[in-house]
Design a protein around this ligand. Sequence first.
Ligand SMILES: [Zn+2]
Length: 149
Amino acid sequence: MNESPPGSNIFIDCPACGRNHVQARAYAYQITNEVGIVVDQTFWVECLTCRAQLLSSAHPDDLMRMDKEARQAVITVYIPLVARALALLSLLVGCFPMVGGAVALLAVSLNRRPGFWRTLSWIGLGITVLSHGTLAVMIIVQAIFGTKP
Ligand SMILES: [Zn+2]
């Protein structure tokens, strides 16, 4: 069972959309067990401009008391694990035809926010474009100069 209370409004410089002094909603995401006891909780800040979910290492109440600079230090853009895994995978399988292309395109579409993981996805896409390009050239060369019946 999960619940996310309405949360409290704060102002942040959003690291996801890059806008300064935008309104955001700080809330705690609580994971409860069958009898309603909170077993784990994570803290989030949602940018009300771009709707990005930012992971916070500080409780919403603490965020309220902080100034904008201090808030900046505790919130980070949350990148889903699957997006990070795909970015890495695209580097590994980038040279394989079809599969590499599919993984790289998926990684790029999931890692759209600026940063390390987007760079990595684009490198993966670069590798796959190069390998597909080489493959295409080989097929064309084969077609032109290949053995004729
Ligand atoms: Zn934003």
